[in-house]
Design a protein around this ligand. Structure first.
Ligand code: ADP
Ligand code: MG
Length: 225
């Protein structure tokens, strides 16, 4: 029997992926949020889930340690996408990559004056590209989390981070001043696995695609009613 492994991260991605997985016919036998297991069996004897850090998902899939993964566009851009096939935007974990500064900071003026800004972020590659495109000189500072703190304690003038509701920014007297891009989670597949395990992977890809369409139809009707 050809078995396949799907790499997922806990938290947001898993919460929003679980219903899709169910629609595809895959249900984990343990709850990843509470289980300490990193390899989870599913209702399907030929499908396994592995639980990894969100930013590690593309790496596991790139090297074939997982055949399929679900990763945010933010993470995929930083990884670079080598060895990955990215056939499907799942339209989940939707948010925006934004530049944010302190409420009192005049970002427009700083940009106009060509000020050299210090920018703290987890997304060095994306930030680098964004400011280069705007011909802005910035000093990037790599952080691994809680970016919102950096402008408050003088570590940076600005941050590049993901924003959905904006509540975290508000709670910390920050404001979003520029959108870099919309972000959502994508299905990724190891390029070699897609060829070798096509019989198992192709139907699963089609099921994900159908479940995603159904999902966005439901969402659209919710918006219009
Ligand atoms: P980590 O803390 O390991 O970075 P998160 O659960 O915060 O993991 O983020 C995992 C993924 O969820 C991100 O790569 C991104 O694609 C998505 N994500 C992060 N923040 C948000 C948000 N505010 N709204 C929607 N999706 C988000
Ligand atoms: Mg986080």
């Amino acid at each position: 029997m050809t078995s396949i492994t799907i790499a997922l991260s806990k938290g947001r991605i898993f919460d929003e992926t679980a219903p899709l997985l169910k629609a595809v016919g895959v249900v984990a036998l343990d709850n990843p949020e509470t289980s300490r297991k990193l390899i989870l069996a599913t209702n399907r004897a030929d499908v396994w889930l592995i639980i990894v850090r969100a930013s590690d998902v593309p790496t596991y899939v790139q090297y074939g340690a997982a055949d399929i993964g679900i990763a945010g566009k933010d993470v995929l851009l930083e990884h670079g996408g080598a060895g990955l096939y990215q056939p499907l935007d799942l339209n989940i974990a939707c948010c925006r990559m934004m530049v944010a500064v302190r409420d009192s900071f005049d970002y427009e003026a700083a940009v106009r004056q060509g000020a050299r800004l210090r920018v703290a972020t987890k997304y060095l590659h994306t930030a680098q590209e964004h400011f280069a495109e705007k011909s802005m000189h910035v000093d990037l500072i790599k952080l691994y989390g809680s970016m919102e703190l950096a402008p408050l304690v003088g570590l940076a003038d600005a941050i590049v981070d993901l924003v959905s509701s904006g509540h975290t920014l508000n709670a910390n007297q920050l404001k979003a001043v520029e959108e870099i891009m919309p972000v959502s989670a994508r299905l990724i597949i190891n390029q070699a696995a897609l060829k070798v395990k096509r019989k198992v992977i192709q139907p699963m890809l089609e099921a994900f695609s159908a479940a995603t369409k159904k999902n966005s139809l439901v969402r659209r009707s919710k918006v219009t009613t």
